[in-house]
Design a protein around this ligand. Structure first.
Ligand code: PLP
Length: 387
């Protein structure tokens, strides 16, 4: 059985070209990039080339990039780093109710330490409103953090407008762009952001490496204490293999992104259309147009997401019910609840996310199998009556 991977939003396979670019840094060029001998300098060169590649891809300067261990660290670093540096100015943070846990959990911890956090809600499509953010701002607000695109429902937020507002008010603005970098255009200047998180494994780089963009002049406290790597902003031996891989992944996205985006939008819209047409009582989650090219998310009434997932998995098709990070929890997704969905509908959601190697044939197979799985499960559901 040829398996079909439709869970790219959880993680993407590493591009073989990325693996090839990383290989020499495991053995031939093993140096610690902080060492002054030739081995160290070779590793340093690989890292600085990757830094330049990434910076130019997102419209930043190389010195504004800090490499991290991934999206979670970048998010924690941004939130905790900014508020601890700005504590003399205020103690209020604004974020949204649908952020990834890598933002929500640090916010919860900060609330226990005397900070106040406003979690702005979203409309039924998952969009935050500029008005709500404007209303939430106080003279104590020191940070606004709103994600670029949601990892479950794919809704893309009006980041440039929020950034403009933050700039006018003199408040630092962070965006979690983990789901967008390498998939849709991201430019820190056009988006008016001061900080931006990204993660290599979401765009065909290796797992365990990411970056935080920090606009020059932004006050931020170092996150990891120890050595003076990253100009003293983040200690720990440079992950030269990972960083080189991330740089190569960026180079490949620069080349392929526009074409991949076009194909994925076509496949996404086909899936939305056919699921709506062929399966009764389904509900598209997320915005119909302002959404990630690779994301489809449906609530399928009268059945549980987990049983759909398991039945599809038996057929070799991998998707998700929401975020992989909370898939072991039986609680419905906080994102779907924030859209206003009742618990029982939020429980029956299915996320399909595509990537570089998704083919039309795979989508056809998925679209053929899905109604069968749903029919089978609904036949067992006491709540469902066939119309
Ligand atoms: N933010 C978003 C929007 C994500 O989708 C993820 C991963 O699922 C993260 C943060 C965490 O990134 P990482 O897995 O690199 O720690």
């Amino acid at each position: 059985m040829k398996r079909i991977y439709l869970d790219y939003a959880a993680t993407a396979p590493t591009d073989p070209e990325v693996v090839k670019a990383m290989e020499p840094y495991f053995f031939e060029k093993p140096g610690n990039a902080s060492s002054i001998h030739s081995f160290g300098q070779e590793a340093k060169k690989g890292i600085e080339d990757a830094r330049e590649e990434l910076a130019s891809f997102i419209g930043a300067k190389p010195e504004e990039i800090i490499f991290t261990s991934g999206g979670t660290e970048s998010d924690n670093f941004a939130v905790k780093g900014v508020v601890s540096a700005m504590f003399d100015k205020g103690n209020h943070i604004i974020t949204s109710a649908i952020e990834h846990h890598a933002i929500l959990e640090p916010c919860k911890i900060l609330e226990k330490h005397g900070f106040t956090v406003t979690y702005v809600g979203v409309d039924k499509f998952g969009l935050v409103s500029l008005e709500d953010i404007k209303k939430a701002i106080t003279d104590k607000t020191i940070l606004i953090s709103i994600m670029h695109a949601n990892n479950e429902i794919g809704t893309i937020q009006p980041i440039a407008e929020i950034g403009k507002l933050a700039k006018e008010k003199g408040i630092d603005f962070h965006t979690d762009a983990v789901q967008t970098v390498g998939h849709i255009p991201v430019n820190v200047n056009e988006m008016n952001v001061d900080l931006l998180s990204l993660s290599g494994h979401k765009f065909y780089g290796p797992k365990g490496v990411g970056a935080l963009y920090v606009r020059k002049g932004t006050r931020i406290t170092r996150f990891l204490d120890g050595g003076d790597q990253e100009k003293g902003r983040r200690a720990s031996t440079y992950n030269s293999t990972g960083i080189v891989g991330l740089g190569k992944a960026v180079e490949l996205c620069r080349k392929n992104m526009a074409q991949e985006e076009k194909l994925q939008i076509m496949l996404r819209d086909r899936m939305i259309q056919e699921i709506n047409k062929n399966i009764p009582e389904v509900l598209l989650n997320g915005h119909p147009k302002k959404r990630l090219p690779n994301n489809v998310n449906f609530s399928i009434k009268y059945i549980e997401g987990e049983s759909m997932l398991l039945n599809l998995d038996l057929l070799g098709i991998a998707c998700s019910t929401g975020s992989a990070c909370t898939s072991s929890s039986l609680e419905p997704s906080h994102v779907l609840l924030a859209l206003g969905l009742p618990h029982e509908i939020a429980h029956g959601s299915l996320r399909i996310s595509m990537g570089r190697w998704t083919t039309e044939e795979e989508i056809s197979q998925f679209l053929q199998q899905l109604p069968r799985v749903i029919d089978k499960l609904r036949a067992m559901s006491p709540l469902y009556e066939k119309k």
